[in-house]
Design a binder for this molecule. Structure first.
Ligand code: PBG
Length: 323
């Protein structure tokens, strides 16, 4: 054949493929979500998420040191709480599970970018991200509690707070609350487009935080919607979000691509617990190659336009990337 263009020329060898590679994945772009529980020497396996653990603060330090050693320089902490009440009061206790773990971690590894989840579900008897008043998740009352929670975490030394609750107006309110206390250096990683997804199932087992009644569709987004995501993103940017997040990641790559095309802020994506579980399960069955599946999935999230990825594979993927 007389062909002018033979695209295969650029695929002939690994050095050539490396030269023309458009997307790269590196450990510094990964954020490890970790589950924290009060105690000492605790490394409790999570049934619904094999390979993930509930860690006490001392074990968190060990885990963070291992992450740091492979180049992962950011963690996102979720609290497991045995104390649950109507008002989710434990969520803003300065001596609670997260603020104390943050202080311990920051003492050991001051440069690690420490982020914390802001939402009431692990601390509320209802398992909802907000306060339940007259059977409804009450927006404005919830935002007040979220501000107190964010302040408790900020005062403990976090770099970023990460509100995952999807209440209206919470980014602006949290920004004001932080600034009023001269915590202007604390950033906000906003879960801006968070969908009402079945892929969070395993996570709720980790924190015993599944809603006791109903679902989260009155605040998390309808998986069918794109415009709504763009609106949520622009509102959060107006209100002061430093980084916006799309969640889950793999079933929403189109949203990640739209957002990174249309907005000039860093974009995060959350490769959630169910996405983790799917790879684990298929690999265990021998149906896919675990290492390759992890790297291909994470690369696709970056290719779609994410600058950073929260993933339970952070340590493993970093190890693979360095090998
Ligand atoms: C709760 C929260 C959830 C996740 C992160 N923050 C669960 C939910 O909204 O029910 C899910 C993360 C995952 O599945 O890995 N505010």
């Amino acid at each position: 054949m007389e062909l002018i263009h033979r695209p295969r020329r650029l695929r002939r060898s690994e050095p050539i493929r490396t030269l023309v590679r458009e997307t790269t994945l590196s450990p510094g772009q990964l954020i490890a979500p970790l589950f924290i529980k009060k105690g000492r020497g605790l490394r409790e396996p999570i049934d619904t998420m094999p390979g993930q653990f509930r860690l006490s603060a001392d074990e968190l330090v060990r885990e963070a040191e291992e992450l740091w050693a492979v180049g992962v320089q950011a963690v996102n902490l979720f609290g497991y709480s045995e104390v649950k009440d109507e008002g989710a009061t434990e969520s803003y206790n300065p001596e609670g599970v997260i603020p104390s773990a943050v202080r311990t971690l920051k003492k050991a590894l001051p440069d690690m970018c420490v982020q914390t989840d802001i939402a009431l579900d692990p601390y509320s008897i209802h398992g909802h991200d907000g306060l339940v008043i007259d059977g409804d998740v009450a927006n404005d009352e919830t935002v007040e509690v979220l501000c107190r929670m964010a302040l408790a975490h900020a005062e403990a030394g976090v770099d970023w707070v990460a509100p995952s609750d999807m209440m209206d107006g919470r980014i602006g309110a949290i920004r004001d609350a932080l600034d009023e206390k001269e915590l202007t250096h604390v950033g906000i990683l906003a879960y801006s487009a968070k969908y009402a997804s079945c892929f969070y199932g395993p996570f709720r087992g980790a924190l015993d935080s599944a809603p006791r009644k109903g679902d989260k569709k009155s605040y998390q987004m309808d998986p069918a919607n794109v415009r709504e995501a763009l609106k949520e993103i622009s509102l959060d940017i107006e209100e002061g979000a430093d980084v916006v997040m799309i969640k889950p990641a793999l079933p929403y790559l189109d949203i990640i691509a739209r957002v990174s095309d249309e907005f000039d802020v860093p974009v995060a994506a959350y490769n959630v617990s169910g996405e983790y579980g799917m790879i684990l399960a298929a690999a265990e069955k021998g149906w896919i190659d675990r290492d390759k599946a992890i790297l291909e999935a994470l690369l696709s999230i970056k290719r779609a336009g994410a600058d950073m990825i929260l993933t339970y594979f952070a340590k493993e993927a970093a190890g693979l990337l360095r090998a």
